[in-house]
Design a protein around this ligand. Structure first.
Ligand SMILES: Nc1ncnc2c1ncn2[C@@H]1O[C@H](COP(=O)(O)OP(=O)(O)OP(=O)(O)O)[C@@H](O)[C@H]1O
Ligand SMILES: [Mg+2]
Length: 359
């Protein structure tokens, strides 16, 4: 279990100071896989480094498994090697002069640990089996592919059976296909070890597929925290809506109780406070929640649109359609036979809309 409360960190630079963390509160339950997601510079790595003990925060506290490891008020700072954590970073930091076995064994034999040789070998073999590299023990580390190096780094992080696993963009050096494959592997590995994980990425697809819990960060703060489904389907503000998944944004004005005037006509949808009648708002809807039809049935309200682009993705097709000045993206099944240049009607569904105060 990891508990972070009121975590603050400033960095002093030549031009003054940067507030990297402005008060982070976060709890990662035992065995939970928690993802910190956010754009470059939002403070993900800094949070992770504070948990690892590589950075001393300027405010707040961190507990690992109920024990305080950092507290700026009582000046507690447990050193990294006493925190019982495993770490995997973007640069795998594999030792080039060692073979696979030696790399994974390193955390067990370094320093003053005196673990019997037999036991070291058993632990290393178990960790290598976990990442499916058991046949490569003797391979020099330099003779490995990117994906294999990544697995060695994973094995090395879990070989000491740590309570906590910290990972900072561990898949970002891999090509797209391998990254997806390793993503599934990584989830399987952490699940089978049952380790509490804090994982950093700026890739929203990775965050949604890996996390039990996703925290969306922006400028040193957590803006929203929840299950991947919650964060995707109920973004609480425009930043989260923009950052997680694709969204269409349409300007509008509240015209009555749960009604918004927009370039698509009147849209009926819940309008949360503080927006009231007359407020400028932004309507948001995901491409997969809009549909096109050639034959409006008269039951749902429709708006005429012109198809301007089609991006065929195999299982789906992504269309851009024009309604007056507005360009909307609509995702339909791959076999939809709408063509570029064609007129079609957008079905203005009454649900799935989100409404945010503009600005
Ligand atoms: N050692 C440092 N000295 C000065 N500023 C720093 C230092 N480390 C981080 N920062 C600043 O703190 C802020 C947060 O940085 P951090 O590395 O945590 O971001 P990040 O979310 O991990 O970004 P990225 O996705 O690019 O890795 C940034 O503004 C960064 O420039
Ligand atoms: Mg970073």
């Amino acid at each position: 279990m990891i508990r972070i409360s009121g975590l603050k960190k400033w960095f002093r630079t030549r031009d003054g100071s940067v507030a990297a963390l402005r008060g982070i509160d976060l709890e990662v339950a035992e065995g939970e896989f928690c993802v910190l997601l956010g754009p470059s510079g939002c403070g993900k790595t800094t949070t992770l480094r504070c948990v690892a003990g590589l950075e001393k925060p300027d405010g707040g506290e961190i507990e690992i498994s109920g024990a305080k490891v950092t507290s700026s008020s009582s000046r507690v700072h447990v050193p990294t090697e006493k925190r019982d954590i495993g770490m995997v970073f973007q640069s795998y930091a594999i030792w080039p002069h060692m073979n696979v076995f030696q790399n994974v064994a390193f955390p067990l034999v370094k320093g003053r640990r005196h673990i019997p040789k037999q036991q070291v070998a058993e632990k290393v073999r178990r960790a290598l089996a976990l990442v499916q590299l058991d046949h490569m023990e003797d391979r020099p580390a330099t003779d490995l592919s990117g994906g294999q190096q990544q697995r060695v780094a994973m094995a090395r992080a879990v070989v000491t059976e740590p309570k906590i696993l910290l990972m900072d963009e561990p898949l970002s050096n891999l090509d797209a296909r391998l990254r997806e494959q390793m993503r599934l592997e990584l989830k399987k590995i952490t699940q089978s070890v049952g380790v509490t994980t804090l994982y950093v990425t700026h890739d929203q697809a990775e965050a949604l597929s890996l996390g039990d819990k996703v925290c969306v960060m922006h400028e040193g703060e957590i803006l929203q925290m929840g299950s991947p489904q919650e964060v995707y389907s109920c973004p609480q503000n425009l930043f989260v809506a923009r950052f997680v998944g694709e969204m269409n944004f349409i300007p509008g004005k509240v015209s009555g109780a749960d009604q918004v005037d927009s370039p698509l006509g009147k849209v009926s949808c819940p309008v949360p406070p503080p927006s009231g009648p007359g407020s400028e708002v932004t309507l948001a809807i995901r491409p997969e929640h809009l549909t096109l039809t050639q034959h409006p049935d008269g039951l749902s309200r429709t708006v005429e649109a012109k198809i301007v682009t089609k991006n065929y993705l195999g299982d789906a097709a992504l269309f851009e359609v024009e309604v007056g000045e507005l360009v909307l993206r609509i995702k339909l099944p791959g076999d939809s036979d709408f063509a570029v240049g064609q007129q079609a009607a957008i079905i203005v569904t009454p649900d799935r809309w989100r409404v945010f105060p503009s600005g």
